[in-house]
Design a binder for this molecule. Structure first.
Ligand code: PMP
Length: 386
């Protein structure tokens, strides 16, 4: 006799390391104030929307054809943007792009990780990193940041020499802490990476500085782009999801030596970046100056939010601890029951993120009205009698 199909248990040959795993992602809830995934709170302006609509219309007329696999025009526009933003001149061959910096990072691990190899990062950091490693059969090692979430250059270099990874991932500014790395720390890691000798080939480890939030860094904090000319094993990743207010379009990019970029081109899927995506990104990049002005305003909001949080106290009189932030979010705490605080805010229509070391919470910088709603809700949650 056969079992009726409705009663049959479906058994699939899932890879053992994926069994029981949940897909990554913050809860997507329908709440008035969304401050949980570090998005830009301002939708693209009418002028940006009009340019995108025009360019996408033009692209739509050619959608019977596959897109340009190597998209030199978009890569040139991204190089021009980086020169405007950081003063570092690069050629289009030194730029790569994909569907979000998430996909960029996967390309990096596909090209430079793999069985028998190790990726190294320093926790607390972006929680997708171990997933890129898992998905590319790369071993994963997380060293520790200091108590204030900085990275000690000597300790980081020592970890590189000990673990001998083929890929090192450094987020700067770091998520979820907001911490930017000084140039000297990145140099120390790049120098240590030169000594790794991956698989006995003499090759250095690839160092990735994830600058997803770099446009929000405070004045005087340099970008790792300045080190590219010295280190062909260094890659700097960026995204249009944050500063460019384009998270929905999924465009991330990378700057590195031409040789490193060429290695990524080997592992990308053919036509991975759609013609619609390319057109959208190029249209938004035409408005780079006004978008950067908006980033300036968000930086000001961030600094004011840090100052406001630093002036708060817990009911027992302890001051809040607030991490230094060079990003568009702030990590603060510490709470004996952070989930209760998170839930209290959610009950008042404000969604933030329960992430980072135990006791801490992360809030993204919103519009002034959203930030006020967060402050009001937090005040009620912390001081229920006021
Ligand atoms: N890196 C860091 C540190 C991030 O926080 C994020 C997004 N949360 C990403 C990369 C990926 O962003 P995207 O894929 O949208 O470019």
């Amino acid at each position: 006799t056969t079992t009726p199909s409705t009663e049959r248990r479906t058994v699939l040959p899932i890879r053992p390391e994926l069994a029981g795993e949940e897909p990554y992602g913050a809860p997507q809830l329908d709440v008035p104030v969304l401050l949980n995934v570090n998005e830009n709170p301002y939708p693209p302006g009418d002028d940006v929307v009009a340019t995108i609509a025009d360019e996408v219309t033009r692209a739509a007329r050619g959608l019977n054809r596959y897109p340009d696999r190597d998209f030199p025009a978009l890569r040139q526009d991204l190089a021009d943007f980086l020169e405007l933003e950081s003063g570092v001149r690069l050629t289009h061959e030194q730029i790569w792009a994909a569907n979000g910096s998430n996909e960029i990072m996967l390309h990096v691990l596909q090209a430079f990780g793999g069985p028998g190899r190790t990726a190294l990062s320093f926790a607390p950091t972006y929680s997708m990193y171990p997933e890129y490693a898992r998905d590319t059969h790369t071993a994963w090692v997380a060293g520790r940041r200091e108590a204030d979430f900085t990275l000690d250059p000597q300790a980081a270099a020592a970890a590189v020499r000990e673990v001998r990874p083929s890929v090192i991932l450094l987020a700067s500014p770091n998520n979820p802490t907001g911490t930017a790395l000084p140039t000297a720390t990145i140099e120390a890691v790049c120098e240590a990476a030169l000594t790794v000798d991956v698989d006995g080939t003499g090759a250095p480890a690839v160092v990735v500085v994830d600058e997803a939030y770099a446009e929000f860094r405070r004045a005087g904090t340099p970008s790792a782009l300045e080190l590219l000319a010295r280190y062909p094993h260094l890659a700097v990743t960026r995204t249009m999801s944050k500063a460019f207010a384009l998270a929905g379009a999924r465009v991330g990019y990378l700057a590195a030596s031409r040789e490193l970029v060429d290695a990524l081109r080997v592992v990308r899927l053919p036509y991975h970046l759609s013609a619609v995506t390319q057109a959208t990104a190029r249209a938004a990049l035409r408005h780079r100056e006004s978008l950067l002005a908006q980033v300036d305003a968000l930086r000001g909001e961030r600094d004011a939010l840090v100052a406001w949080l630093r002036a708060r106290r817990h009911p027992d009189g302890r001051p809040f601890v607030v991490a230094e932030s060079d990003a568009n979010f702030v990590l603060f705490g510490t709470f004996g029951d952070r989930h209760a605080v998170w839930q209290g805010l959610l009950d008042r229509g404000v969604l933030i993120r329960e992430v980072g070391p135990e006791g801490w919470l992360r809030v993204s910088v919103g519009t002034p009205a959203e930030t006020q709603a967060f402050k009001d809700a937090l005040t009620q949650v912390i001081e229920p009698d006021s």
